[in-house]
Design a protein around this ligand. Structure first.
Ligand SMILES: *Cc1c(COP(=O)(O)O)cnc(C)c1O
Length: 423
């Protein structure tokens, strides 16, 4: 631990200490956790239970859009909890209408359905696509194509959609109706469509990430996505984009698809939408009016609290000109990472990403795995998260400053020196 990362915190009410062993006695063991307890945050900084300070380049995994304790969010949370926090969709919710209006006015969508998470938003998209296939296209056994190395969530349908066997192992039988293709590979997609057409199991939708997040921060290829859009138009197939990780300004545009020059028929958002308050959304073109009362619902989805807070996040993207900040800080971060890659050619194969979702891809030859770099960075006061074994991911809050990007790059350099990787 270097001294400069030891910033004292002001006195706050102490939380009862919880040892990792005690924690495990009560909480289901489904996460691999760092032995680190975070207690407090302010902007792009968080403090642990020992009072150590860290620059947060994880941001709740691309979730804390405005960082921690942002005054606008504090105000919105306080206002909404005092006014009305939950009523049920049995009644009209003005905050839900306002948020839907903002999203429609700032995207290609015509309507929005609210839920609580990314997986749930994708479930909504899958259900909508299936209803469209049955009622509009007349397909009896609709197939949804998804990509290898994708990530769409942990519910049964979305873990089936996720093209990574490691997430599916021991959870079969999986949900029928999914088929996988190679990402950014048009030949693979065309072959799958032709093969399924022949077997009379027709493709109703193609679901892709604009940039694969969990799969290793792999940006979509523009020519590929333009051709996918064209194919969908020719064949009447729906294009669903999972924007759970890249939407809400993270790429320097409001939505990931803006980087690709196409528009989806359905897209989903969650992580950054509420700035850390649980909320998800499925956004769609007007054909979604095939959904009728009773077709889809969520108890908490779109409640006044979540929507009121998410609306404050959306408005802050505009008032603080955060898209420009994301573009500039992203350039700065990638330039710094590329300089590091230049110093360590045996370690770093590539730096890639859009805006403030970036990956440092390790070479196939290096014995170092991403998790080791993350661990060393944490010891230097920088929180990072891997995206698979070979990619170190950088997803700071969208309010990150130029000075904080420099501090993060310095901490990363110290971490690489500390683990002794050969230049
Ligand atoms: C995180 C993520 C999900 C799942 O979101 P949850 O809120 O954890 O259900 C789905 N798709 C993508 C692209 C994600 O990054």
């Amino acid at each position: 631990m270097s001294l400069e990362t030891l910033v004292p915190i002001p006195a706050i009410a102490p939380v009862a200490p919880f040892s990792p062993a005690e924690f495990d006695a009560y909480v289901v063991n489904s996460y691999a956790r760092f032995p680190l307890t975070l207690e407090r945050g302010d902007g792009c900084r968080v403090w642990d239970s020992e009072g150590r300070s860290y620059l947060d380049f994880v941001a709740g995994i691309a979730t804390c859009t405005l960082g921690h304790a942002h005054p606008t969010m504090v105000e919105a949370v306080t206002r909404q909890i005092q006014k009305l926090h939950h009523v049920s969709n049995l009644f009209c919710i003005p905050e839900q209408g306002e948020l839907a209006k903002w999203l429609v006015e700032h995207s290609c969508a015509d309507r929005v359905f609210f839920c609580n998470s990314g997986a749930e938003a994708n479930e909504g998209a899958i259900k909508l696509a299936r209803k469209y296939a049955h009622t509009v296209l007349g397909i009896d056994t609709p197939i949804i194509l998804t990509a290898h190395a994708s990530f769409h969530g942990r519910t049964l349908a979305t873990v089936t959609a996720t093209g990574q066997p490691k997430y599916q192992k021991n959870f079969d039988p999986l949900v029928p109706g999914f088929h996988y293709v190679e990402y950014n590979d048009i030949a693979s997609l065309e072959a799958a469509i032709a093969q399924l057409d022949q077997s009379k199991r027709q493709v109703a939708a193609i679901m892709l990430e604009a940039l694969q997040g969990e799969g290793g921060v792999r940006p979509g290829d523009i020519a590929y996505f333009k051709r996918v859009r064209q194919l969908c138009d020719e064949k009447g197939i729906l294009l669903i984009l999972d924007e759970v990780q890249v939407g809400m300004g993270r790429t320097g545009h409001y939505w990931g698809y803006e980087n690709l020059g196409i528009e989806p028929d359905i897209f989903t958002s969650a992580k950054g939408l509420g700035g850390g308050i649980p909320i998800g959304a499925m956004l769609c073109k007007s054909f979604c009016d095939i959904f009728q009362p009773g077709d889809h619902a969520s108890t908490f989805g779109g409640n006044p609290f979540a929507c009121g807070v998410a609306l404050s996040v959306c408005q802050t993207l505009e008032t603080e000109h955060l898209l420009t900040n994301v573009q500039q800080r992203g350039e700065q971060l990638r330039a710094g990472l590329r300089a590091i890659a230049h110093t360590y050619p045996n370690l770093v194969a590539e730096v890639r990403g859009w805006g403030l979702i970036n990956g440092m891809v390790l070479t196939a030859e290096t014995p170092v795995v991403a998790a080791e770099i993350v661990k060393a960075a944490i010891a230097e006061g920088l929180l990072l998260v891997p995206a698979g074994p070979q990619v170190v991911r950088f997803v700071p809050p969208l309010i990150v400053s130029a000075a904080e990007v420099e501090q993060a790059l310095s901490a990363l350099k110290r971490a690489l020196t500390a683990i002794g990787v050969a230049a």
